[in-house]
Design a protein around this ligand. Structure first.
Ligand code: GTP
Ligand code: MG
Length: 195
């Protein structure tokens, strides 16, 4: 799947701008700056494909990437703190929620959680919304390279505990570092298994 052609399709700012729901899609959700866009670049092996930044609030549209002819990868704006004017942030937050709960071809939402911090309140809110909408989600821990073993074990334990309360959670937490390439093959295989 990842050997086929991968390209940016479009940035979407309203629900009526979404492409036809005619193929499987997976999306990458998570707090601002957690590493969503970086993960897409690591997965596709294309460094500048999705724009990344140190500043939270970099991705402000729903960005569609085609994965061969059968799948879309969808990079989402972050939730939580963002360096952008409030009305603008509120607009993209509404769009984000409408997308996450109202897209029929969304097969799985990857909820990215920072490997240093674990599940935070805004993650809980999003996971509850996904439960209510019956959208299967799977947690991906990011930035594994930034945290030492013992601290990371605690985070893993916290995340496992939180997931137990969510009916829409897919079992299995994927541990990644976009920086070092850890977990990227695993996540590619997971996506390839989603038809
Ligand atoms: P928004 O679009 O603002 O919501 O952020 P995002 O979730 O798309 O994050 P982005 O991919 O832009 O990455 C944010 C920052 O984290 C950048 O400075 C990245 O270089 C850094 N980063 C992302 N993934 C990793 C990782 O695995 N390891 C390390 N060390 N840094 C990472
Ligand atoms: Mg981004």
């Amino acid at each position: 799947l990842f050997r086929g052609e991968i390209a940016f399709l479009k940035g979407v700012v309203a629900m009526d701008g979404l492409p036809p729901a005619d193929r499987a899609e997976v999306c990458f959700a998570g707090r601002s700056n957690v590493g969503k866009s970086s993960l897409i670049n690591a997965l596709t092996g294309r460094r500048g494909l999705a724009r990344t930044s140190n500043t939270p609030g970099r991705t402000q549209e729903i960005n569609y990437f085609t994965l061969g002819e059968s799948h879309y990868l969808v990079d989402l704006p972050g939730y939580g703190f963002a360096k952008a004017p409030l009305p603008v942030v509120e607009r993209w937050q509404r769009l984000l929620r409408a997308y996450l709960t109202g897209r029929p071809s969304l097969r799985r939402a990857f909820v990215l959680v920072d490997g240093r911090h674990g599940v935070k309140e805004p993650d809980e809110e999003i996971m509850k919304e996904l439960d209510r909408a019956a959208v299967t989600f799977q947690v991906v821990l990011t930035k594994r390279d930034k945290v030492k073993g013992p601290a990371f074990d605690k985070v893993l334990e916290q995340v496992r505990g939180r997931l137990a309360a969510h009916p829409a959670a897919f079992p299995g937490i994927v541990v990644t570092s976009s920086e070092k390439g850890e977990g990227i093959d695993t996540l590619r295989a997971v996506i390839a298994g989603i038809g």
